[in-house]
Design a protein around this ligand. Structure first.
Ligand SMILES: Nc1ncnc2c1ncn2[C@@H]1O[C@H](COP(=O)(O)OP(=O)(O)OP(=O)(O)O)[C@@H](O)[C@H]1O
Length: 409
């Protein structure tokens, strides 16, 4: 979408936009400008994303509202958070976000050199968890690439940004699909998915594929489809050739990561997970962010000595004590097919409780599922949602559970 030059937003440090003092230009995209700004309504500086042109059509309004709605529903620590939104007097749409310090992965990492595998695994784990909350709601980001992965200053946590292209893949979702995209290429050719050609339908596993490409590139500084050619050379060669990129995603075979010395040194589970994420057929990949994140959480825990997940310790009536690594997100507990946390119990399959954990630094919340009467927390019947502060134990159908949180970040 190109804006009329005369309508182009033209704000510089020192200018005001409504209640916002503009302090710095942070980014310029096709649809919007992003500024560092200050407003009396917010205690700290914010990132102000402002549409380049006034909203004059229904299509523009839908696009702007879609990104706002999606971000309003995402609460996990691995996505950018929205603080507010509105329409300026000049009919430009704006969105107020938390101000991120640091830089995009594209700027933070020199893709000519492989990244330390522990660090790369952690970043990709975080992006997968960040995306999974959207996947849970039926939303696909559709434009995963290093430019849309923010690496924070300090601890260097990863946050997914720019949900401007995100869409619902479930037609029943309230976010709505986009009929106007037709057969155009969606997202960025370098990180596009084979299904763009085959079905034209992007699903949560499509984000997993794009993230698999980023992961492989971080670990080897090679593109997974072009054997032995340095990544930056491929990028230059195909700079203006979107169809060549797409053709490669569809036709070129995945180069096993073991081909390179950096790949041969990786734990087997890690190599298998990368190859799984990069399957051509979306049905053969991890179905959503969480599925791949669980594999990477295990690798971080078992091979790199890093605990990023909570640990659910259980004591079952049969005397077994399995432990489970629990990634942030919503988990059902019971015997139904939807239950990620399985407790052995008689009777028809059912879900007893929902456990919601937003991630490190947060307490999980346990909520009963009707009919109540089967879940006990610290010896009391659970009838309403309760926070699981450290040390809380709970019993479901005779299985006792305790959730240990990872160290705060
Ligand atoms: N919350 C934020 N804090 C700091 N910088 C940000 C933030 N959000 C975005 N930016 C900066 O602004 C740039 C553009 O942001 P973003 O990708 O959301 O918009 P865009 O590319 O204009 O998107 P669109 O495709 O919707 O036009 C980012 O690459 C980043 O450098």
């Amino acid at each position: 979408m190109t804006a009329e030059p005369s309508l182009e937003v033209d704000l510089s440090p020192g200018d005001r936009y409504g209640e916002f003092d503009i302090l710095e230009t942070l980014g310029k995209g096709a649809f919007a400008r992003v500024f560092r700004a200050r407003s009396p309504d917010y205690p700290e500086e914010v990132a102000l994303k402002l549409s380049r042109a006034p909203i004059t059509s229904e299509a523009m309004a839908i696009r702007a509202l879609r990104e706002i709605r999606i971000l309003q529903n995402l609460r996990n620590p691995y996505v950018v958070h929205i603080l507010g939104n509105g329409m300026g007097e000049d009919e430009r749409w704006y969105m107020v976000m938390e101000l991120l310090r640091g830089s995009t992965l594209l700027d933070a990492h020199d893709f000519d050199r492989p990244m330390d595998p522990k660090r790369a695994t952690r970043l990709i784990y975080e992006a997968l968890v960040g995306l999974d909350e959207a996947h849970e709601m039926g939303i696909v980001h559709r434009d995963i690439k290093p430019e849309n992965m923010w690496i924070g200053r300090g601890a260097g946590r990863c946050k997914v940004i720019d949900f401007g292209l995100a869409r619902a893949w479930d037609p029943g979702s309230t976010i709505g699909t986009d009929a106007t995209v037709g057969h155009m290429l969606i997202g960025t050719p370098h990180y596009a998915q084979p299904e763009q050609v085959h079905s034209g339908e992007l699903v949560p596993a499509s984000d997993v594929y794009s993230l698999g490409v980023v992961f492989y590139e971080l670990l080897t500084s090679r593109m997974p489809l072009f054997a032995d050619e340095p990544l930056n050379r491929v990028r230059e060669r195909l700079f203006t050739k979107p169809l060549a990129w797409l053709g490669a995603h569809v036709k070129k075979e995945l180069v096993p990561v073991e081909r390179y010395p950096e790949g041969r040194g990786l734990p087997e589970t890690l190599r298998n997970t990368i190859h799984w994420m990069l399957q051509k057929d979306p049905a053969q990949r991890p179905a959503r962010g969480r599925v791949a994140a669980e594999q990477l959480a295990w690798v971080l825990h078992a091979h790199y000595g890093v605990q990023v997940t909570a640990m659910l310790r259980t004591a079952r009536p049969d005397g077994t004590n399995p432990s489970l690594l629990l990634v942030p997100g919503l988990h059902e507990i019971g015997t139904a097919a939807t239950c990620a946390i399985d407790v052995p119990a008689g009777g028809p399959p059912r879900s007893h409780a929902r456990l919601m954990w937003q991630g490190p630094g947060e307490d999980a919340v346990l909520s009963p599922i009707e009919p109540v009467g089967t879940v006990w927390v610290n010896g009391h019947l659970l009838e309403a949602p309760v926070r699981l502060v450290p040390g809380t134990y709970f019993d479901i159908a005779g299985t006792r559970m305790v959730l240990d949180y990872p160290p705060p970040e």
